[in-house]
Design a protein around this ligand. Structure first.
Ligand code: TYD
Length: 255
């Protein structure tokens, strides 16, 4: 399904990779650019989401029932929140999306291709998916360190399979960008923003292109303005553009 407008950014990865932290950092960064942001997550807090959370701590559903529950939750989420926000031209940052269904329900034996097809029938394809990649043991350590305990979705064996499925998605889909989640949160955020400003996506957001002509008071604008300026300079090789942007993202532009 084609995206009606706005920008859809999904954050994915196994448990404990720091998705929620990165979602908050990205939301604040986009809001700092003056963009309307909808920050949301799956499973949702709606009736299907509640059913899913209850099953994770009590008796696990069959893979088929689980697929049905996640897809039903997503159908409501897409219809009631995601599509209206995209139509308004907002940037939607979503913490887990159908790539999680491919990874986790795929890990329980369902066909990855079938799960993908069932979701793509109704759910818009994101402009970009950031996959936070991490060893399952490291992820579990972070989760248990948070005192949340393990639930039934989170055994090492299952997380290893889910991680492999996520990596398969990154290999087979150009819009899935894999990032090393073992780095410090600030480093991961920097890598994510660099990847975002290097592409053409941000310029699609209403008002942002105009804002770029204003002298940059905000360092995030400055980086973005530099990215636009570099992409317009045909005399530079792509590697040189990437290098200059990387240098600027390490040392704020103009200082
Ligand atoms: P999680 O993001 O950990 O939610 P919360 O922080 O509210 O507990 O998601 C709960 C679990 O659901 C997580 O282990 C991954 C799993 N999951 C699936 O198995 N399939 C899906 O489609 C989604 C969205 C999540």
């Amino acid at each position: 399904m084609a995206i009606p407008g706005g920008l859809l950014i999904a954050l994915e990865g196994i448990d404990g990779t720091g998705k929620s932290t990165q979602a908050a950092l990205l939301r604040d960064w986009l809001a700092g650019l003056g963009v309307e942001v909808l920050s949301t997550k799956e499973p949702t807090s709606g009736p299907w989401g509640k059913k899913i959370r209850d099953s994770a701590v009590s008796s696990r559903m069959s893979p088929q029932d689980e697929l049905h529950a996640f897809v039903s939750d997503r159908q409501e989420h897409v219809r009631d929140e995601i599509l209206p926000a995209l139509r308004r031209g907002a940037a939607v940052v979503i913490d887990r999306y159908y790539y999680s269904t491919v990874a986790y329900q795929g890990a329980r034996g369902l066909s990855k291709a079938d799960v993908l097809a069932a979701n793509r029938a109704f759910a818009p394809i994101p402009d970009v998916v950031f996959l936070f990649d991490l060893e399952p043991e490291a992820g579990l350590e972070r989760v248990t360190g948070r005192g949340q305990g393990k639930d039934l979705f989170e055994t090492v064996d299952e997380l290893s399979k889910a991680r492999e499925n996520f990596r398969w998605l990154a290999r087979t889909n150009q819009h899935v960008v894999q990032l090393d989640a073992a780095q410090a949160p600030a480093e991961v955020h920097r890598a994510l923003v660099s990847a975002l400003v290097r592409g053409p996506l941000l310029a699609r957001l209403p008002g942002l292109a105009a804002a770029l002509t204003v002298p940059p008071a905000n360092p995030a604008y400055a980086l973005l303005a530099l990215a636009v300026q570099l992409s317009a300079d045909a005399s530079l090789l792509p590697q040189e553009r990437a290098r200059r942007l990387w240098v600027a993202s390490v040392a704020p532009v103009g200082r």
